[in-house]
Design a protein around this ligand. Sequence first.
Ligand code: TPP
Length: 431
Amino acid sequence: MIKNFRQVCRFALYQSALKTNSFQNLSKRAFCYVKHHKTFNDNEEIYTHQLSAASQPDTIPTFRVIDLQGSVLAPQYENIPDEILNKIFDTMVQVEEIDTILNMTQRQGKISFYMPSFGEQATTVGVGAALEFEDLVFPQYREQGTIIYRGYTVRDMLNQCIGNIHDLGKGRQMPVHYGSKALNFVTVSSPLTTQVPQASGAGYGYRLRGENKVAATYFGEGAASEGDWHAALNFAATLSCQTLFLCRNNKYAISTPVVDQYRGDGIAGKSIGYGIKTYRVDGNDALAVYHTVKEARNYIVTNKAPAFIEFMTYRIGDHSTSDHSVMYRTEDEISSWKSTNNPITRLGLYLKKSGRRVFDEAKDKEVRAAIKKDIIAALKEANEQKLPAWNTLFEDVYDQLTPNLKEQKEELRQHLNEYGEHYNLQKFASN
Ligand SMILES: Cc1ncc(C[n+]2csc(CCOP(=O)(O)OP(=O)(O)O)c2C)c(N)n1
């Protein structure tokens, strides 16, 4: 049954094509406009008399500005202000130090879990530098570089990892599940890929409201195998969402290497399939990352359409403190990336060779030592704080407690009244 004018129009077109047997021509030219809505895509069908399977297009090239020795390959992309480039470098060093110490802190049993971002700092810090502050970031979990660039402090990180009263998440999440409304950084979610359709939705909202900002979402190449990822990209493409998809292709999803994750041309190849403006960049080259994100962001706000970037990088560290990665990859593989394609070394070499920064070894050591001292002090302070009061457990989900939650809260209160001595209730703030 024909329900509306658009369908009437499409039906008439179909009838006329049937009469004239002109379906071949229809595909390229026949658009049905109703209230400016286009019904068919351009160039959906091109006919041929040769029976053959479609061939794989050429490999998408990876954009690079500096080589592994920090020498410039594309001087036209050196034009990043000194202040920003130095902030990128300093933040990358800071993130590396924080990751080193918090990884050890977990080994000492002072925090329960940690996820380092060794080897991926150019991607996450470079993105932080290139996005606008008001762009909303939907992270996966290994993107501390972005939130730190925006101003999240070591104290914020440690309060979250310990889950004390200063933790913005009120101690309800595992460590590294950072988030900050003030810094436009949505809280990390453990279930993979949930953030990606959320970012499509936020980007859709920005377009509908005529806002000049983007929703930027991170995910690993492993997370791109989730069903939600495909739905998110298709929604973004068809609804013209102002969403920037940021794929950290670090070659492993815990123990699953890329060869078992996908065939075809990486994750960027899939994005092109969804009709999204797609870039591939050397994720260990901070200059290339910065320029690619700037260009993709500009494309989104100008064209009111999504964009996608695949960052080619390598996870130098273990997946998390619950992983021991030499069980599934060799020491040689790790050390070769660490020594020949380390993003911090590469940017440092570039800054030195180009004369844009004067390095002083003794001063650099002092800077790293100061970062370490600060983290240790912040850890001590965070540990001295109380944990959130037990009754806050029931807050923030429903505006008014549901009858079963009321019952559970009362049950817990009675339980703690009766058996409180068996718990270390001193650790918790009072209700
Ligand atoms: C829905 C879901 N499935 C499985 C997991 C367990 N898991 C956590 S991280 C991870 C690997 C993800 O790899 P990738 O997306 O490539 O990101 P990377 O860790 O390499 O940065 C898996 C399988 C999960 N958290 N959620």
